[in-house]
Design a protein around this ligand. Structure first.
Ligand SMILES: C[S@@+](CC[C@H](N)C(=O)[O-])C[C@H]1O[C@@H](n2cnc3c(N)ncnc32)[C@H](O)[C@@H]1O
Length: 242
């Protein structure tokens, strides 16, 4: 690979330099999805219980949806079968291949796209942006641009749905709350960064109005929906103009 220029002349140069301190995500996630039979809870082809409850309650009523870090596509496919026109993005080729296979099996039409969420620049196009477990794997220095991208992506009054690690459930498969600075001190996300409710309000509150935040409901293997007890689920709304 050609060596990157090492002079920091722009914010993008600075972000790339910080990226280079961390593990490259695509090889990790490709390996992670390489064995589909391992017992990872979210490998089950079931949508998030919170997404289903908002759709069933009529709070989310179709339209255009962008899913960020869609993995093998369980939420994107559910949404496509419930009235949404869905684009779903992930940087893992293994995940996108799997998601496409599932969509064919379920006769769902989803625009599954291989790529990084950092390279997206949609403008007021979406009624719903959804992130199930992607944000907590993103490096803090990329988060500002990520949130701004989501804000630009949404139409006025559009919704942003997020599930992410809540602190304090490491024994169940959750993650620790580590400070943004610790990520760089340790050069590691420690398997994912848990967010306190205060931190979520602090980072998203300037862009969105909070509709609901609660812990995800735990669901059993034979339930038709997915839920684990160590994640926050939250729904945010972009302020309408006027
Ligand atoms: C915990 S998994 C969740 C997958 C899926 N949302 C689900 O719940 O079934 C996190 C996903 O985020 C993806 N991801 C991480 N960083 C990304 C990036 N910069 N751009 C796109 N996808 C990313 C990973 O490849 C992985 O599929």
């Amino acid at each position: 690979m050609p060596k990157m220029p090492e002079t920091i002349k722009s914010m993008e140069n600075l972000l790339s330099m910080l990226d280079s301190l961390m593990r490259e995500p695509a090889p990790f996630w490709n390996k992670f999805y390489g064995d589909r039979t391992k017992g990872v809870p979210f490998f089950a082809d079931k949508p998030d219980e919170n997404l289903v409850s908002f759709v069933e309650a009529g709070a989310l009523q179709g339209g255009r949806m962008l899913e960020l870090g869609c993995g093998p596509g369980r939420n994107a496919i559910y949404a496509a079968l419930h009235g949404f026109d869905v684009k779903a993005v992930d940087l893992s080729e293994e995940a996108i291949t799997w998601a496409k296979e599932r969509a064919v099996e379920k006769n769902a039409t989803v625009n599954f796209t291989l790529g990084s969420v950092f390279d997206l620049s949609p403008q007021s196009e979406y009624d719903l942006v959804y992130d199930a477990g992607c944000l907590h794997h993103l490096w803090p220095h990329r988060r500002i641009g990520y949130i701004e991208m989501i804000h630009h992506a949404l139409k006025d009054g559009g919704y942003f749905g997020l599930t992410c690690f809540a602190p304090g459930f490491t024994e169940m498969g959750g993650a620790m709350e580590i400070s943004d600075w610790d990520v760089y001190r340790d050069r590691s996300m420690h398997g994912g960064q848990a967010y306190s409710q205060e931190k979520l309000r602090e980072i998203f509150g300037g862009y969105f109005e909070l509709v609901e935040i609660r812990m995800m409901k735990e669901c059993m293997e034979n339930d038709p929906v997915f839920g684990v007890p160590f994640l926050w689920t939250s729904l945010w709304r972009k302020h309408s103009k006027g």
